[in-house]
Design a protein around this ligand. Structure first.
Ligand code: ARG
Length: 588
């Protein structure tokens, strides 16, 4: 579907041409004087030099050709030469009718659909999910949904961290505590037990304990490094333990992501890349890219244009163990082999940027990927508390995701009950739905690369630029539609008629922007643009609602027209929040 802006520009370009000027001057922008006009064209200003003519004379010539325009109700020259524009009400109503009929509500699907892998979530096995992983999950999920909506084949991969030192630490600590476990008996050749020798809560206690010890106890740390290495070499007992750890952790992770309405197509992990490492490394050596430096194997990735030093990419440590870089490179090899992607997008904390610069350069330089494969890194900022420091619990500990969600839901529940008398069970379910919107919108409404302050009071407010406010607006529309149906109205009847007042027209004009907003949000990997858009639409709807009698409108066709406009507004808002990864309740 052609965008409204494009159609306006076409009209303008044709008028420029008819008046004897270059049609490329016919660009249209949103007005910066909304009190005077809705859109404007500054082409006459731009053309003045080329035609050696006063801008307003050019503008006059152009406007003469817009007299019978079916798009504009007003095209007016203001000095020194701007063309102020207003859209014709009939044209606008017709445009919205076309949007209604379009399955994608005016979003154009990609002409050349790409296969895109999004690497997000990135939790580490056996460590509890903390708020740092929250952003990756929320942003990645939204980009995945937006990408699919615009027609790409998007594959979401959680890329579990399961191959690093944390595994060696857990194994070492288990060995300290229960040295008699059969997993530590090298001479054992029988089957290992099915049941894990720990629960998730034990596992979550073991890791921080081991990590703490390794920081003060050198011998302990070497043991953990050794255990990590043995695991990577495929030690039988350690592999069996690793399987238990995976089993217990993944079950817990899936439950957590379910609560967040986040899902992955692939539950791949760092260890899946292990089989690709030997060949990959051998080839990098053979091709002369990898060389030994102080015992370690490295590839140079610095470039002449670098303004800061980019250190070599380390492939293997001196003891032969692989690193975070190694698994990331080998994961690329695997992804190319299994999915032949056109693009891989990593949604990871921006503090890991250097790591990804090294990985991308190394992959390109050593020919792991085809030339036109695009690597993208969306590095997000830190989620801070009100004190401006990384978000913590009240007593200063690391905030667990589960607890954060519980806190928000509790606050939401309190507000909902305070607001009205809904039955308790109902209020609890509603609090969960609205609570999720508070968390997700609070995060997504900020530009991803920036740090932001997680402010429970603000995020859970029903007023202002918040998730609950957007949901409140949707619920308001739903309740009007329900009342309409209770009175015998049929949502399938009627059509959108030209706007009857300014607030209605403003809402209608905003709705036309859905297509370009979503396309733009995808191109710029910027879900916050959808947030900004639906905030504007919600405000416009609420003004319209306050200024217009909808259900008490006496003219039946006019009333039906309002109802159709409500249906379209609801559809656009609901589609938008679905792209952001949350939904609206029936009541609030
Ligand atoms: N597990 C990592 C962490 O917690 C994030 C993984 C990001 N993805 C990747 N391919 N390296 O820091």
């Amino acid at each position: 579907m052609k965008k409204l802006m494009e159609q306006m520009a076409e009209e303008l370009s044709a008028a420029f041409e008819k008046a004897g000027y270059d049609p490329s001057y016919g660009k249209v922008t949103v007005s910066n004087r909304p009190d005077l006009c809705e859109y404007q064209c500054n082409g006459a200003m731009a053309g003045a030099k080329a035609y050696k003519k006063a801008p307003f004379m050019i503008a006059d010539d152009v406007v003469a050709h817009l007299k019978d325009s079916h798009v504009f109700s007003m095209a007016e020259v203001v000095k020194p030469g701007f063309i102020n524009l207003r859209v014709k009400e009939e044209f606008l109503a017709d445009y919205l009718k076309k949007m209604e009929a379009d399955e994608k509500l005016g979003v154009s699907e990609a002409e050349h659909p790409k296969t895109i892998i999004i690497d997000y979530g990135g939790p580490n096995v056996a460590k509890p999910l903390h708020v740092g992983h929250l952003r990756s999950a929320i942003i990645g999920e939204s980009i995945k949904r937006i990408g699919r909506f615009v027609g790409h084949k998007v594959i979401g991969d959680v890329h579990l961290g399961d191959w690093g030192l944390q595994m060696g630490l857990i194994i070492t600590e288990l060995k300290c505590r229960k040295p008699d476990l059969v997993y530590f008996d090298d001479s054992y050749t029988g089957e290992y037990p099915r049941e894990a020798p720990f629960t998730i809560s034990e596992l979550e206690e073991i890791y921080p304990c081991a990590s703490g010890k390794s920081k003060t106890d050198e011998a302990y740390r070497s043991q953990a490094l050794e255990a990590t290495h043995l695991l990577q070499q495929g030690n039988r007992g350690y592999m069996a333990l690793w399987n238990h750890i995976m089993q217990v952790s993944v079950t817990d992770l899936k439950r957590n992501y379910d609560n967040l309405n986040v899902s992955f197509d692939l539950w791949k992990k760092e260890s899946d890349a292990q089989p690709y490492i030997p060949d990959m490394v051998a080839k990098m050596k053979e091709d002369g890219f990898a060389y030994e430096d102080q015992g370690a194997l490295v590839v140079d990735v610095k470039e002449e244009t670098d303004t800061k030093e980019i250190p070599p990419c380390m492939l293997l440590k001196s003891d032969g163990a692989s690193l975070y870089t190694t698994t990331d490179l080998a994961t690329i090899v695997e992804r190319v082999k299994l999915f032949d992607p056109d693009e891989i997008l990593y949604v990871v904390d921006k503090r890991q940027e250097l790591h990804f610069i090294q990985v991308f350069r190394c992959a390109r330089k050593t020919g792991l990927v085809k030339d036109d494969l695009e690597f993208k890194f969306l590095g997000f900022g830190t989620m801070n508390g009100k004190d401006g420091k990384p978000f913590k619990t009240r007593d200063g500990g690391v905030m667990r995701l589960e607890n954060l969600i519980a806190d928000i839901n509790e606050e939401m529940f309190r507000k909902i009950v305070e607001n009205r008398s809904v039955k308790d069970k109902d209020a609890e379910d509603t609090a969960k739905i609205v609570g999720l919107s508070a968390i997700k919108y609070g995060d997504l409404s900020n530009q991803a690369t920036k740090d932001y302050i997680f402010d429970v009071d603000r995020f859970t407010s029903f007023e202002g630029n918040t998730g609950p406010y957007i949901l409140y607006t949707i619920v308001r529309i739903k309740s009007i539609l329900n009342r309409y149906m209770e009175e015998g109205g049929n949502l399938e009847e009627g059509e959108i008629l030209p706007a009857v007042n300014e607030s209605q027209k403003n809402l209608m004009l905003l709705l036309t922007g859905f297509g370009s907003t979503v396309e733009n949000a995808f191109e710029e990997t910027a879900p916050h643009k959808i947030c900004a858009y639906i905030y504007e639409v919600s405000n416009a709807f609420n003004s319209f609602y306050h200024e217009t009698r909808i259900l008490s409108e006496e003219n039946p066709e006019q009333k039906k027209s309002f109802i159709q406009l409500l249906c379209l507004t609801r559809k656009i808002l609901e589609t938008s929040i679905d792209l952001l990864g949350f939904s609206a309740p029936e009541r609030m």
